[in-house]
Design a protein around this ligand. Sequence first.
Ligand SMILES: C[S@@+](CC[C@H](N)C(=O)[O-])C[C@H]1O[C@@H](n2cnc3c(N)ncnc32)[C@H](O)[C@@H]1O
Length: 307
Amino acid sequence: MNDEITALIEGLSQAQKTISPKYFYDETGSQLFDRITGLPEYYLTDAELDIMREHVDEMAALVGEQASLIEFGSGSSLKTRILLEHLDQLAAYVPVDISEEHLLASAAKIRSEFPALDVCPVVADFTQAFALPAPIVTPVRNVVYFPGSTIGNFEYDAAMALLRVMHGEAGENGALLIGVDLQKDAAIIDPAYNDSAGVTAAFNLNMLRHLNTSYGSNFDLDAFEHRAAYDSDEGRVVIELVSTRDQSFAIADTHFEIADGETILTEYSHKYTLEGFADMARDAGFKVARVWKDKNELFSVQYCTRL
Ligand SMILES: C[S@@+](CC[C@H](N)C(=O)[O-])C[C@H]1O[C@@H](n2cnc3c(N)ncnc32)[C@H](O)[C@@H]1O
């Protein structure tokens, strides 16, 4: 049994059945995520794009010349294009993603849009340290870019471990440019994860289809429903799949029972205060040097240097 199957079985064997959010992302999941970013309820993307457009000159100056821009979880590199248009002296752009097909297609598109740019995609699970490719021009520094508030998908210890991986990949004089979603009223947050078109529900359920297709499980997709709600005490959205009947399923010959109404936790989306994020960043070895917010103060982009 390989490590991934062992980890999946461990997650599903806990009192709160859990599947890692990384299993959202096969090609279909990546496409569904792109649709989520265009939904009217999903305020995160518009707010982050507004911040990028308004402050890109300052961000580009902080990144500097001959840097390597290493994007964790690059997806379709939507926000990155704004940066790339203002970074004509970049040594390399290194998009890193677990969703291989989508990553390679996005990297090819970036190459055609920015023909002078050295684009070096890396297929990797970014929760583990990975080898950086050697660009044609040796970069003077590495800047890790992590938009989309994907950091919020990790609980404190895992977020800290991920920030430490970024700290290592950034290296000596490196930096981190990161999108961080902010705590706010549940009336704004809840609709973002329960859109009226049902795209987020399809994205959540696609995880089970992905596992059935690629990991040999036999989930009945018609017997689970999407649920997402903001827990303001914990400052996080809890995203689950709810079993709609007593049923069983199997993965790699390991059988599980799930009761009617019982849930599988598929993702958290943590929302931060500026102080809370700064504390976590500091504990991982970063100092928040600059914070930009959108006009409604929904979202932030933060530039962090290594302590
Ligand atoms: C929330 S999306 C954000 C996409 C894009 N950065 C944006 O801001 O729109 C998360 C991205 O991270 C990738 N991803 C999730 N978990 C990952 C992991 N453990 N290792 C590498 N990539 C991962 C997904 O494939 C997806 O493209």
